[in-house]
Design a protein around this ligand. Structure first.
Ligand SMILES: *[C@@H]1O[C@H](CO)[C@@H](O)[C@H](O)[C@H]1NC(C)=O
Ligand SMILES: *[C@@H]1O[C@H](CO)[C@@H](O)[C@H](O)[C@H]1NC(C)=O
Ligand SMILES: *[C@@H]1O[C@H](CO)[C@@H](O)[C@H](O)[C@H]1NC(C)=O
Length: 355
């Protein structure tokens, strides 16, 4: 009996270290791929060629980014750019609009400035790729991955290991519910009902993602501080709880509580009530105007989007929240990527294959 246990232990240790080694050799990242859904907080160029006013591929955007203006709505890297670096990726996850070849295996960024959970969000100002359309783009990528990896089963196994980062919903308030002159939602729904309707629609999209292989999800709450969006945040947290129970065997969801604003001073930001770049009426930077010099003193880059300095603080806390309990729930990125959701299946299939 004892020797059997020993043999199993040896097999297990060999398997674990082989797996560890494989991770180190293949590009060093802690997960093989990251898929990004969202709005201008994560967009990295998807809007550049769209008929929309939500564009940022001009100076001074990108002033602190190695490639200059790319369509990121900030001076440097976004939060998810920083997260992917912390996860060990050598390159940023490319935007869907600019993806090619085997790049898709490392993940795709579908985020679009102005986008909401609801289809009509932002439509009064221009085009945006709503969450539903982002999911449709993801389906197209999944079928390309399937043909590269030799079938949908292999693709599913691979996609199970990826991270799915979803940061969307602010525009459903600022470019929908809060603009009653353009959108009927505030006449149709009470704040409570609207938050519920958004969560319902988000939840259907998350289930659809699960059907095509998503197992590790990061759901980011809204940073808007008024009480109406905070209803959404509480419901989002409950949804995470619900899904973690419902899918306890095969999936993990985490919620990020972005309600940090009051900490700006103690975190070393000197200016939290003015943007760094001179901004237009729509809140975006005026092209070619000189931005503030000391950008890391500022929370806001333009009227609506944070600076890279703020994203850095935010991303570092999402990745490791041991000093900020409550910022991530029920665990941070670091622990999410360590969750061995597939490991048990891998071990069993190894044994059944070899016996
Ligand atoms: C699109 O891809 C090209 C070639 O890989 C690259 O030079 C360019 O910077 C990319 N643009 C964006 C917005 O990522
Ligand atoms: C987020 O954190 C703030 C500050 O700690 C707290 O007041 C709020 O209840 C939290 N929100 C959620 C949805 O848990
Ligand atoms: C930015 O730096 C300059 C000196 O370089 C300083 O005079 C100014 O007060 C700083 N601005 C803020 C908002 O801290």
């Amino acid at each position: 009996m004892e020797s059997i246990i020993k043999t199993w232990l040896v097999v297990l240790i060999v398997f674990l270290s082989a797996n560890y080694f494989k991770q180190c050799v293949n590009g060093k990242s802690q997960v093989p791929c990251v898929f990004i859904f969202g709005d201008s907080l994560s967009d990295s160029g998807n809007n550049n060629n769209l008929p929309t006013s939500a564009k940022s591929n001009y100076k001074p955007y990108g002033i602190d980014f190695p490639m200059g203006p790319t369509g990121r709505f900030t001076n440097g890297r976004t939060a998810i750019d920083i997260i992917t670096q912390l996860l060990g990726f050598e390159n940023f996850i490319p935007p869907f609009a600019n993806i090619s070849g085997s790049d898709i295996l490392k993940g795709v960024n579908y985020a679009s400035g102005g986008a909401g959970i609801r289809m009509e969000t932002y439509s009064a100002k221009g085009y945006a790729i709503s969450l539903g359309l982002q999911l449709r783009n993801h389906r197209a990528i999944v079928s390309q991955i399937a043909s590269r990896l030799g079938g949908i089963d292999k693709a599913q196994q691979y996609l199970n290991k990826c991270l799915y980062y979803v940061n969307i919903g602010s525009n459903d308030y600022i470019n929908n519910y809060f603009l009653p002159q353009f959108y009927p939602t505030s006449h149709i729904y009470s704040p409570e009902q609207y938050a519920e309707a958004l969560i319902q629609e988000l939840s259907l999209n998350l289930l659809a993602l699960h059907d095509i292989g998503a197992r590790k999800y990061v759901l980011v709450g809204l940073g808007l501080s008024s009480s109406t969006p905070s209803l959404f945040n509480y419901k989002l947290k409950s949804l995470v709880e619900h899904f973690n129970n419902k899918f306890s065997a095969d999936s993990k969801f985490i919620f990020i509580n972005t309600t940090l604003e009051s900490d700006a001073q103690s975190d070393g930001f000197l200016v939290s009530n003015a943007p760094c770049c001179p901004s237009r009426l729509n809140g975006l930077c005026i092209p070619d105007e000189r931005p503030c010099y000391n950008r890391s003193d500022y929370v806001f880059w333009d009227e609506v989007h944070p600076t890279e300095a703020w994203y850095l603080l935010f991303a570092t806390r999402m990745y490791d929240s041991s000093n900020n309990p409550g910022f991530t729930y029920p665990m941070d990125f670091k622990h999410l990527v360590e969750q061995e959701i597939e490991m048990e299946y891998d071990i069993t299939s190894q044994f059944s294959a070899s016996s």
